[in-house]
Design a protein around this ligand. Structure first.
Ligand code: FAD
Length: 272
């Protein structure tokens, strides 16, 4: 299908991009890699009056290494995250997850900021970001603010960002003992369920893809984990959850996948 007609803007700075929605009547949406927004527009499930294409803003790209954390510009692509030696060494879960997103075209266009801002509960990076307890930095007309991952994802494709805020970067703490495991029916398909795990001494942070309308922490499995009991803790991965049923999988099967994948992810992270 053909999208509804829209205005198109190419700001050269974040300040210009923030000012642009006010010039347009109706809804203006930020365009990054376009690999989630454009398909929605072609189906007319999204029909913005204007697109603010931030792809030319150089300051939104890049990876910065600090002793405890890595800061990644919002426009950094999945391919750049996947091939970064800094990320592979300091936060392997992020590099490996990015390497497993879609196919090479998707990874060359899709961005980390777009994935986080899109908040697709079947997307891989939101759950990983949640397990890492990362932070997004956003700029808007009222200035800059930092949003913890736990406060960002609100509901299906909905975040706590306001319409006129732009994610400029994401920051993740270093987490060497971390792993993401997903299950899909065919290579390159979206995950039916995914499990992101960060092990820190005798505790673990565990987040799930595909079991709710937003990525969620598997709090019962986290509480049950003692540092060495992966299988026992994973048995609680779906406690308190009511995963949805759809054409890809029943809720019951998603709960089963959550238990299996959390065990595998815990074992992989603990082996690091
Ligand atoms: P866009 O499509 O440009 O934007 C998405 C949304 O985020 C829009 O609402 C936009 O306004 C908003 N936005 C974008 N950037 C910002 C910003 N900096 N600040 C504020 N708002 C912003 N994802 C997976 O996780 N796993 C997969 O296996 C997977 N497979 C895919 C397969 C295909 C064939 C396709 C087309 C996509 C797939 N994706 C997958 C999604 C892909 O990762 C997208 O690139 C990503 O979800 C969105 O990033 P984007 O840069 O393309 O964002």
């Amino acid at each position: 299908m053909i999208p509804q007609a829209f205005d198109y803007e190419q700001p050269e700075s974040v300040a210009d991009a923030i000012a642009m929605p006010g010039k347009h009547r109706g809804e203006a949406r930020v365009l990054a890699g376009g690999h989630s927004l454009v398909p929605l527009m072609k189906l007319r499930l999204a029909a913005p009056d204007a697109l603010i294409d931030i792809g030319g803003i150089a300051s939104l790209r890049g990876i910065t290494d600090t002793p405890d954390a890595i800061t990644i510009g919002a426009l950094t692509t999945h391919a750049q995250v996947a091939s970064s030696e800094v990320i592979a060494a300091g936060c392997p879960i992020l590099a490996e997850t990015a390497a497993g997103i879609g196919d090479i075209q998707v990874r060359n266009r899709g961005t980390i900021g777009g994935s986080i801002a899109n908040a697709d509960p079947h997307g891989d990076l939101p759950a990983v970001f949640l397990a890492l307890e990362g932070e997004a930095t956003a700029e808007g007309p009222n200035g800059e603010r930092t949003i913890a991952a736990a406060d960002l994802f609100v509901d299906y494709l909905q975040t706590s960002l306001s319409q006129d805020e732009i994610v400029t970067s994401v920051r993740v703490p270093k987490a060497a003992r971390s792993a993401y495991v997903k299950f899909n029916r065919r290579a390159q398909d979206w995950a039916i369920v995914g499990a992101a795990v960060v092990v820190d001494g005798s505790s673990a942070r565990i987040a799930l893809t595909g079991v709710a309308s937003r990525p969620v922490r598997a709090t019962a499995a986290e509480a049950a984990f003692t540092g060495s009991n992966a299988a026992e803790a994973a048995g609680h991965a779906a406690d308190g959850l009511d995963p949805p049923s759809d054409t890809a999988a029943s809720g019951e099967y998603r709960a089963h996948l959550a238990r299996v994948l959390v065990r595998r992810a815990l074992e992989a992270a603990m082996a690091r």
